[in-house]
Design a protein around this ligand. Structure first.
Ligand SMILES: [Zn+2]
Length: 314
């Protein structure tokens, strides 16, 4: 099969490699759409402990051999430790993510745990399926924030995860959903999903601010705009520097709540949430063209709202 192989830092090579082989617990998925997000581009340039060669892509949807159209929950864990048995698989020391710790969806086929496959409704397009995984992150962030529907919510960054927070907040009737975003196309989509305003910077104070960017500047802005006693939800991973005034967090009794990945029921909940998106918000890429969107994201051009690799064709 053909695959975009991550061979060394900042390099994806289109190669012919062996097809994956199914076993008792794993199925071979014919990949239809894999999201390409800021996370992939960040890892491309900052691979950390990642092993080479490997195949990226953790927001994966496609068709199983029996014809099922599915989205793949890419998170696996040991299922036996204290965290796993108490419903907190994200805290498992053996947590792994397909596309990061094992080969992912930047390929024509991908080996996936069969139990991690969730059926897509026939109405959900492959384009819309590319929102499922980031929206699962958003559902988890919403749940750990302990948000109530009558609260004032601020969201920094209208990438796919930030847009998922908008969609979740709007679904629950949240009266104030203000979004800080600089890219016009992403502001337009945030409005369509139910944002009450979009601005370059938040200018009010909010009971909860979700930072879906993760730069020091964005984190400082999230702390600054959270009301006394409120909650800052840290989702973004652009930088390992905190950026905010820790003494201000203490004096104003802010609650810092991190959010990473999601639980199986949160992944399932993201599928109907993704039905609120439009296929028009996706730009499709062939293997040969992926470098174009990598280059755009690498220089901070986020005009494309959501990008998807379409290995089986567009
Ligand atoms: Zn575990």
């Amino acid at each position: 099969m053909r695959a975009l192989v991550f061979t060394r830092p900042s390099t994806l090579e289109l190669q012919d490699i062996d097809d994956p082989v199914a076993d008792a617990e794993h199925s071979v998925l014919t990949v239809e759409a894999t999201g390409i997000g800021g996370g992939e581009v960040y890892q491309l340039h900052h691979p950390g402990q990642r092993e080479f060669p490997s195949i990226m892509g953790h927001g994966i949807a496609g068709t199983l051999a029996n014809g099922r159209r599915v989205a793949v929950d890419p998170v696996t864990s040991c299922e036996t430790c204290a965290a796993c048995t108490s419903g907190r698989r994200q805290h498992c020391a053996s947590r792994r993510i397909i596309g990061i710790h094992s080969n992912g969806g930047f390929a024509e086929q991908c080996l996936v745990p069969t139990v991690n496959c969730y059926d897509l409704s026939p109405e959900l397009s492959w384009e819309q399926s590319a929102f499922v995984e980031p929206f699962a992150n958003a559902v988890h962030a919403w749940n750990v924030s302990e948000a109530a529907p009558d609260l004032r919510i601020g969201i920094i960054g209208a990438g796919a995860i930030g847009l998922g927070v908008v969609a979740q907040a709007a679904l629950l009737g949240t009266p104030v959903i203000d979004v800080a975003e600089t890219t016009t196309t992403r502001c337009d989509v945030a409005h369509e999903l139910g944002a009450t305003s979009t601005k370059k910077q938040l200018d009010g104070t909010y009971d909860i601010v979700f930072d879906a960017v993760g730069t020091p500047k964005a984190r400082a802005h999230a702390v600054e705009r959270t009301a006394n006693g409120g909650t800052v939800v840290l989702l973004g991973l652009e930088s390992d520097s905190p950026g905010f005034d820790a003494n201000e967090v203490v004096r104003r009794e802010l609650r810092l709540q991190a959010s990473y990945v999601y639980l199986p029921d949160e992944f399932a909940a993201a599928i109907p949430l993704a039905a609120r998106t439009s296929a028009d918000w996706i730009r499709n890429y062939r293997f040969e063209d992926v470098q174009d969107i990598v280059d755009d994201f690498s220089i901070g051009d986020y005009t494309v709202v959501r990008a998807a690799l379409r290995p089986a064709g567009i």
